[in-house]
Design a protein around this ligand. Sequence first.
Ligand code: FAD
Ligand code: FO1
Length: 451
Amino acid sequence: MIHPERIRCLNSKQRLDGPVIYWMSRDQRVRHNWALLFAEQLSLDSNQPLIVLFNLVTSYPQAALRHYDFMLKNMMQVEKKLQTLNIPFFVRAGNPESELPSFAAEHKAGAVVADFSPLKTSLVWKKKVFGQLSIPVYEVDAHNIVPCWTASRKLEFSARTIRPKINGRLETFLTVFPELQRQQSDNTTLPYPVNWEKLYEKLHINRAVKPVSWIDPGEDAAQKVLEDFIEHRLNDYAEKRNDPNAHAVSDLSPYLHFGQISAQHIALEIQKSRARKESKDVFLEELVIRRELADNYCYYNEHYDSLSGIHPWAKETLNQHRTDKRDYLYTLDEFERASTHDPLWNAAQKELGKKGKMHGYLRMYWAKKILEWTPDPETAFETAIYLNDTYSLDGRDPNGFTGVAWSIGGVHDRPWFERPVFGKIRYMNYNGCVRKFNVAQYINSQGIFST
Ligand code: FAD
Ligand code: FO1
């Protein structure tokens, strides 16, 4: 059964007879997907066919070939999985505001189900699409364990304030998923096989940021990574997760960003594992509290994607230090080419550029140095978001906007003792990293010899 608080009806239209469309967008998976399960429930209740639509936008902001390749390779698997369940899968390429209404009309749809994202891109799509539809539109939060609008009705100040609100509802929401059934009805217009090559050609994207080979895209690969993490790395997560030299983290963020694996499913598997309790707790704090706090930040703060979204205390302190002398100043191009004076920063940028993933501990250091080496905090924010979203597989995500806002704007953090440029924003430096892990080893591992 799907908890009713996961579902919101976005308009008050009457249901018509006709197929139920699940417009798959943020949660690009067949298993453990509450939006798909709800669409199935609607279709069974009304004895109408269920069909799935993926609307491919040919130039998603900041997305490059690296990201589209990771996404489309999974979509090819989604097509096959839905075929085995006799659930027709269609792909349209273009702007959702024109494709969705024409698709719904063409199939005489009776209802549309959308998954949930707090990001502006998705909100703009929905506003434009749902104003044109004369059938009911439902939105299902298939990404969070506790639905974003249920966890809290307001912008939360920190992990400390949202944690009890989320933990208090896990009993209700951290539940096992029902199985998606094979669709019986054969009165659906079966789609032609998707012409993926043609879709690749339609993309207007930055093709210089190449796909990566260290991680396989797709639901099945994500499940294998999860199992391997639980088997070999979860135990040491608490003590080694901040060491970029130890492969101690899950590497699940690219799959989570594209919805190729369910956070709820991960949490259930982590809970079942026999790994050390301390490591399980620390991991769940990141996966559940930190990640859902990021959706809260983006959902309740329309300026999540710029410095103007940070708290007044942080704005004030950064302004007071706006004219402080910067010891180093770099342009976007110098950052992008990893050519600063700091071999550690350069190594982290190289990892991001080559691998499409930077270790979480270094991301904080990396972003904070951008604040220190740019002319003003606004430029710093824009530079960090641009580099993060252009190169990181898990970029263009609430976690990224929130991670940059934390590093540069002190969001979800507290004031620290005052210093030049940073003011009261938490400071991090090279020696702090040396105390935490073997910096020379990390730098050499990125093929850069420390000076
Ligand atoms: P693990 O340590 O295995 O964590 C497992 C999961 O928990 C992650 O996949 C993520 O969903 C969640 N998680 C872990 N740490 C955080 C965190 N600090 N905030 C929110 N959720 C967290 N994460 C992204 O998904 N996309 C981004 O673009 C991104 N940009 C960041 C930028 C900066 C400047 C900072 C400081 C952090 C950023 N993060 C981002 C958060 C965090 O660094 C990554 O989620 C993490 O490194 C992903 O790797 P992993 O899955 O192997 O991590
Ligand atoms: N969502 C879509 O519905 N269609 C797309 O073509 C699409 C492309 C895309 C490219 C990169 C990326 O990081 C995300 C992309 N998304 C797309 C959106 C994504 O699935 C989520 O909906 C958003 O990231 C919101 O969280």
